[in-house]
Design a protein around this ligand. Structure first.
Ligand SMILES: [Fe+2]
Length: 248
């Protein structure tokens, strides 16, 4: 409730355009057009395929599609990103090229705990933690998703000073979390966010599982020399699809 009021307040102050703007907030919404969404995303879903899932204790107990099954779907994920313009829209929002290199297919249920406030890339003292290149995450949600069923929440960039101590940074995030924004997304909508932005995954409060496909992305394939040489890596499946579809 408060989050929505805050959004309106910031709108009045002129900090936000109608949707969170990537350069101010560090995240933005992607709304592609997909025909007959319900059938389309049901086919992609693993909700009824529990055997394909594995609990990841390091990710607050979220359920993840097992690697060997995930790999068989690389072509489908890659086509999803390209044919439905997720990448094209995301590139416009961030103002540079985007190359997804890792994919994760994840389901939360009621047993999944909150994934606490954190950044994927940060300084702790003088040490830089996380990937040493430009990192974006692109998360596609397979059902209508809000704070009640675990949508990723953010503290906008302009409200969140980066503190060079990971513990203080997280404590500060909890104190300022009343300023956080939890987007309301409909089936098939996505969020692109910077690796440097403060975010969390709230605990699910209703019975709607949250299922999402999350891509780690960067701005240049040359950032990923190790992945570039292995043709089975998701990055290369994506690069081949791009050529096949005639996308620059
Ligand atoms: Fe994260």
């Amino acid at each position: 409730m408060f989050g929505i009021n805050l959004q309106n307040f910031l709108l009045i102050l002129g900090f936000l355009s109608k949707e969170p703007n990537f350069s101010n907030c560090g995240f933005a919404k992607i709304s592609p057009y997909i025909n007959d969404k319900k059938v389309f995303f049901e086919k992609l879903s693993f909700k009824k395929n529990q055997d394909s899932l594995k609990k990841d204790r390091k990710d607050a107990g979220a359920l993840k599609v097992k690697k060997e099954i995930l790999q068989k779907n690389y072509q489908i994920y890659s086509d999803l990103l390209l044919k439905y313009d997720y990448i094209k829209i995301a590139e416009k929002l961030v103002g540079e090229k985007i190359y997804p290199y890792v994919v994760m297919h994840i389901i939360n249920d009621k047993k999944t705990k909150e994934l606490i406030w954190h950044r994927d890339q940060y300084f702790h003292g003088n040490a830089f933690v996380g990937p040493k290149f430009k990192l974006y995450k692109l998360a596609i949600y397979l059902q209508d998703t809000s704070k009640k069923n675990g949508v990723t929440g953010f503290i906008p960039k302009f409200l969140s000073p980066r503190i060079r101590n990971r513990y203080l940074d997280t404590i500060f995030a909890y104190f300022s979390s009343f300023l956080s924004i939890h987007p309301r997304l409909s089936m098939g909508e996505a969020i692109i966010f910077s690796g440097k932005i403060m975010h969390h995954r709230p605990r699910q409060k209703n019975n709607n599982y949250r299922e999402a496909i999350i891509f780690s992305c960067t701005n240049n394939p040359n950032n990923l020399p190790d992945l570039k040489d292995n043709e089975n890596e998701f990055l290369n499946v994506f690069l081949r699809s791009k050529i096949n579809l005639g996308i620059k």
